[in-house]
Design a protein around this ligand. Sequence first.
Ligand SMILES: Cc1cc2nc3c(=O)[nH]c(=O)nc-3n(C[C@H](O)[C@H](O)[C@H](O)COP(=O)(O)OP(=O)(O)OC[C@H]3O[C@@H](n4cnc5c(N)ncnc54)[C@H](O)[C@@H]3O)c2cc1C
Length: 461
Amino acid sequence: MTKLRLAIVGAGPAGIYAADILMKSERAFDVSIDLFDRLPAPYGLVRYGVAPDHPRIKGIINALREVLDRGDIRIFGGVDFGTDITIDDLREHYHAVIFTTGAIRDADLEIPGIDLDGSYGAADFVNWFDGHPDVPREWPLEAKEIAVIGNGNVALDVARMLAKHADDLLPTEIPDNVYRGLKASPVTDVHVFGRRGPMQVKFTPLELRELGEQHDVDMVLHDEDFDYDEASKNAIATNKQVMVIDRILGKWRKEAEEERTPASRRLHLHFYAKPVEVVGEDGKVVGFRYERTRPDGQGGVEGTGEIRELPIQAIYRAVGYFGSPLQGIPFDEHRGVIPNIEGRVQQEDESSPGQFNEQLPGVYASGWIKRGPVGLIGATKSDAMETVQHLIRDQAHWWTPAHPEEQAVVDLLDSRGVRYTDLAGWQRLDAHEIALGAEQERARVKVVPRDEMVEISRGEA
Ligand SMILES: Cc1cc2nc3c(=O)[nH]c(=O)nc-3n(C[C@H](O)[C@H](O)[C@H](O)COP(=O)(O)OP(=O)(O)OC[C@H]3O[C@@H](n4cnc5c(N)ncnc54)[C@H](O)[C@@H]3O)c2cc1C
C-alpha cells in the first residue's frame, strides 16, 4: 500500500486537527505525519493567544493533547520553517505539506503618532501576558489612563487584562513575571474605542458580559452612544446576538445610575469614535484624538467633523492580526494569507501578476493562514476537513520524495544541529509546568524562557 509522508508546519489547532482528521479519514493509502512548530510547545494561539482567565477555552488544549498523546503523529518542536527546514527539504522527504502557521502579528493602523513611545500592538501585549518565549519578559505598565482601539474580542481581552486586578489572575496560569508586572500597574481608567455603534460591534456576548464581572472595576458608558438609529433597532429585533449585547449594555447603564461605592478602576466603552491621531509630547503618548461618527442610515457610519481628545499615556491597537510570509511559498500581501482555493495553494500566474490561480502541487494550507485571522478555534476544524479532503483526492499530484524514510528527516535535523523537541519532551515540559503550579495551588505555571523550555523538554535541565 502507498504511504503518504505528510509534513504539517504549525502545531496550533489547525495543524493538529488536520493531522487528526487525516489519520481518521477513509483513504486508500497509509499515512505518516510529521508536525513541525517553531516553538518548543504545541497548541499555537490556544497557548499563546487565548487569555489566561479563559480556562474553559484553554481547556481545548486537553482535546488537542489527546490527539498528540495517541502517539501516531510525530511532533518536532523548535523547528522553524524557513530557517531550520526549507521547502526544498520538505520536497525531498515528503509527498505533500500543509501549512498551518496562523497569524501572529498586528495589522497596521495608519494614523499619525502610532509609532510613539507608549503605543503598542495588541499581539505584542498578548504574547507578553501569555508568556511567549520569543518576546521580552518586561512590559511597560506605567500608564494610569489607557486607550484600546478596536471592537473585537481581542480588544476586550486586552482591556480586561489591563483593568483586572493582578490578584484576580493568580488562580490562572499566568507566568510569575506577568503577575508582578500587572500587580505594579498604576492603571485607573481603560477606554475602549469603536468606530461604529454599540449594535455593530464584532465582540461576542459572552466576552462582553465578562467585562462587567470583574471585581473592583466599574463599567462606564455614555448616553449619547445609545440613541439608536433604525438599522440598530432592526439589528436588535432580528439578531439574537445583538439583542443580548443590547441587554448587557442596558444593564450596565442602569447599574451606573444606582448609588454604590465607586470602584478603584474604570473600564469605559466609547462608540462612534474614529481614530484620528495619537498625540505625542517628547516622543511619548499623551493623548488620543478621534472624530465622532454617526450612523449613515445603511448600517455603517460617517464622520461628523467633530474632533475630540482624551488624555492617555498608553494606547493599544487591537485592529486585527495579520499572517506572515513563508520562505518560498506564495503570499497575498493584501490579505496576509497564503493564496489558496479551499486549501489548495495557488501560485502567481506569470502572465498576470497579482493573480494567484495556478495550483501549486503538493502544497496546502489550513487555519488562519488559509482563511485570514478571523474565527474561533472550532472553525479551524471544518477548515482542516476541507483541506484534507482535497489532499486525499490529489494523490496523483503529490511530490515524489527521494528520502521518504521516517529516519531521514531526523538525520537531517541532527546534521544541522537543530535542538528539536518531541512528544515525550512536550509531556515532560507539561508535567513540569503542572508541578510548578501545584506548589502554588495553581493549575499550571508556564515556563517562559525558550532555552529553559528546550532543556526541560530534552531532559537536560
Ligand atoms: C488574542 C486572541 C485571543 C483568542 N481567544 C479565543 C477564544 O477565547 N476562543 C476561541 O475559540 N478562539 C480564540 N482565538 C482564536 C484562535 O486562537 C484561532 O482561531 C486559532 O488559534 C487559529 O489556529 P491556527 O492553528 O490557524 O493558528 P495558530 O493557533 O496561530 O497556530 C499556528 C502555529 O504555527 C506555528 N508557526 C508559525 N510560523 C511558523 C514557522 N515559520 N515554522 C514553524 N511553525 C510556525 C506557530 O508557532 C503556531 O504554533 C483568539 C485569538 C487571539 C489572537
